[in-house]
Structures are given as structure tokens and as C-alpha cells.
Write a protein that binds this ligand. Structure first.
Ligand code: FE
Length: 344
């Protein structure tokens, strides 16, 4: 059994994985945990290291940019993977919908994570949240000039907004939340309005939009909050971050749109008991604190102290929309992006 697992895991390592450094290629042994991760190693390895220190359970993590769902499918019950880590509600729900996960009812996991940030049947769990904020040029947008996602469709912003592709999971989730709150027709009108206000064809990642504000290409952008922290750690990008004010949208109403990074236990996890221990650790105070301090994401667990940047922004109201509702509207969101020719 051990040999089979070992060789299977090595096979995977040799065929699946992009960007795996030799030091992260570890053989699987009984009592270990195998992780497939869409999250970059530097984002989760520090947590795994502390877990291993405390439990002596080794975590073999393998990073892939894509193809994990297909791989899990083709491996079926022979998969070496116990856990999958990824960002975005869409990817988490896709893995569940493909029948590749199993339910976890452990109180140590369930009780630490609010209901709207986990699957109602226990098939996936958010571990961190990310606010989709608006950033506005300090020079060209006055305080209080923009307060909500809905405002982005106001013609006063014509030619002044930058975003990444309307089909990127972060944008799809935001559009899906608009559908959930306003219905399809109103969400489509909104998206067409935002598209009309774009300064340029959607391109680049979230940070590229902030750079564009710094360069005067546009005045507003929509980004995930933790990119502010990342830019402030990169000397080249500090001026980009410092050129904008951070706005948590919809504070007078439903609150700011949130997405998650999360985890799921695979349906055929060979090291299930150990995997459950790791899940509990990541949802614990210590695991949650590490996510906040190391990655700049918000904790899902209540009562975890924020990092300094988060404290400087202060408390804000989160949209309490259940992420399952966001996931259910994703297909329509992608269609709307096509219909309004958002990326054209
Ligand atoms: Fe991101």
C-alpha cells in the first residue's frame, strides 16, 4: 500500500505540477498528508510547517496553476491527495459538484467558520476572506465621491475605471453577487454601465489596475484588498499603492463583497484522519492568525486580531450573502460578461 501510494504520488508530481521546486517534492508515507494546492507554496507552507512541528505529521504540498480537478477525476479512488486548497468560491464549488469531495462534520472545523463561508453540507470550508474593494486616485477622486459597486455604473465615471477581465473568477464572483442581490436584468444593466465607463479594455491582474491609476490611465479600480499589502512590500509598487485611497463599498447597505480561499477533503483521501487534524489546525486561532499576519487576508474565525494594515483601515461591514448563492450565479455572470461585451 505504501509503495503504491508513494509511486502514485511521484507520478503525479512528475506529470501534474507546474512550478514545483525540488525541495517541495516529498515522497508520501503513511501518516503524512498530501495536498494539491492552487495556492502558491509561500502562502501555505508556513502554516504547514507549524502544524508539522506540533504533530510530527508531514505535509507534502504540490502546487499547480490548473488541471487539478481533471487530475482528481482521472485518479479516482487511487488519488494520493487528501486535501485541496484553492482560492475562489467557484473553484471550491466546482470540486464539490464534480463529486470529488467528502463531507466534514468535525466541530473543530465547522464551529470556527461562519455558515456563509462554508458549504452547508461540509464539503468545502473558507479559511480566509478577501474583500473586493474599490481603490480611487488620491489626486482625482474626492472623499465620498464613490461609495458602492452600483456607483461604478454612474456615467460620471466614463473613461475613468480600470478592471481586470470580466471573466476572471474575482470579477465573476462580484457580478454573481450583483445578480443575487438585484436580479439578472438589473445586474446586466449595471455591468453594461461599468463597461461603458472603462478607460481601457480589461487587462492585467488586480495590481496592474492600481499601477494604471498611478499612471493616470484611470481613476478607479476594483481589487482584492490583500494586494494593497503586497504592493506595500514591493519597492517598485509602493508608489502605486500610495496613489490610491481604499474604499470598502456598500457600507450603508449590504456590505462589501467577500470571497474566500478555502479547503476541501477529497472523496478518497487516503490519510483522512491526519487531514482532519490539519483542517482543524488551519481553522484554529493559531492557523487563522498566521493567515492574517503572513498573507494579509482576513480570518474567517471571529475574534482573531487583525494585522496593522487591516487595523489602519478599520472595521467594515461584510456582505453576508451565502457564497453558495454566489457560486450558483456564476454561469449567468459569465454569460452577462459576454452579452455586454465586457472584455471587448
Ligand atoms: Fe489573488
Amino acid at each position: 500500500m505504501h509503495v503504491v501510494l508513494l509511486s502514485t504520488f511521484r507520478l503525479i508530481l512528475s506529470t501534474l505540477l507546474v512550478g514545483v521546486s525540488p525541495s517541495s517534492v516529498l515522497a508520501s508515507e503513511p501518516g503524512e498528508i498530501n495536498v494539491y494546492s492552487y495556492r502558491k507554496p509561500q502562502l501555505i507552507d508556513p502554516m504547514f510547517a507549524v502544524f508539522t512541528e506540533q504533530t510530527s505529521i508531514r505535509v507534502n504540498s504540490v502546487f499547480a496553476k490548473k488541471g487539478m480537478l481533471e487530475r482528481l477525476k482521472s485518479e479516482g479512488r487511487n488519488t494520493p491527495a487528501d486535501l485541496v486548497f484553492t482560492v475562489d468560491i467557484g473553484r471550491l464549488s466546482d470540486i464539490k459538484d464534480a463529486g470529488l469531495t467528502q463531507a466534514v462534520s468535525a466541530a473543530a472545523v465547522q464551529n470556527n467558520i461562519p455558515a456563509h463561508y462554508r458549504d452547508s453540507e461540509g464539503h468545502w470550508f473558507g479559511l480566509t476572506t478577501r474583500a473586493r474593494i474599490i481603490v480611487a486616485s488620491k489626486d482625482r477622486v474626492g472623499p465620498g465621491e464613490i461609495l458602492s459597486y452600483e456607483d461604478l455604473a454612474d456615467p460620471k465615471w466614463k473613461g475613468r475605471i480600470c478592471t481586470r477581465s470580466g471573466k476572471h473568477p474575482y470579477m465573476v464572483a462580484l457580478i454573481a453577487s450583483m445578480i443575487a442581490h438585484h436580479g439578472e436584468a438589473a445586474a446586466k444593466a449595471w455591468l453594461a454601465g461599468v463597461k461603458n465607463n472603462l478607460a481601457r479594455k480589461p487587462q492585467g491582474n488586480d495590481r496592474a489596475q492600481v499601477k494604471a491609476i498611478k499612471e493616470g490611465v484611470c481613476d478607479l479600480a476594483v481589487i482584492n484588498h490583500y494586494y494593497m499589502a503586497k504592493m506595500l512590500k514591493d519597492p517598485e509598487q509602493v508608489p502605486w499603492a500610495e496613489s490610491v485611497n481604499v474604499i470598502f463599498p456598500n457600507q450603508d447597505g449590504r456590505g462589501t463583497h467577500m470571497n474566500v480561499s478555502g479547503m476541501a477533503l477529497t472523496r478518497h483521501a487516503p490519510n483522512k484522519n491526519n487531514a482532519l487534524k490539519l483542517m482543524a489546525f488551519l481553522a484554529s486561532d493559531q492557523g487563522q492568525q498566521m493567515y492574517v499576519q503572513e498573507n494579509g487576508e482576513y480570518p474567517v474565525k471571529a475574534g482573531i486580531p487583525w494585522n496593522d494594515l487591516q487595523k489602519s483601515w478599520g472595521p467594515f461591514k461584510e456582505d453576508a450573502l451565502n457564497l453558495t448563492d454566489v457560486a450558483q450565479n456564476r454561469a449567468v455572470a459569465i454569460r452577462l460578461a459576454d452579452e455586454v461585451r465586457y472584455n471587448n
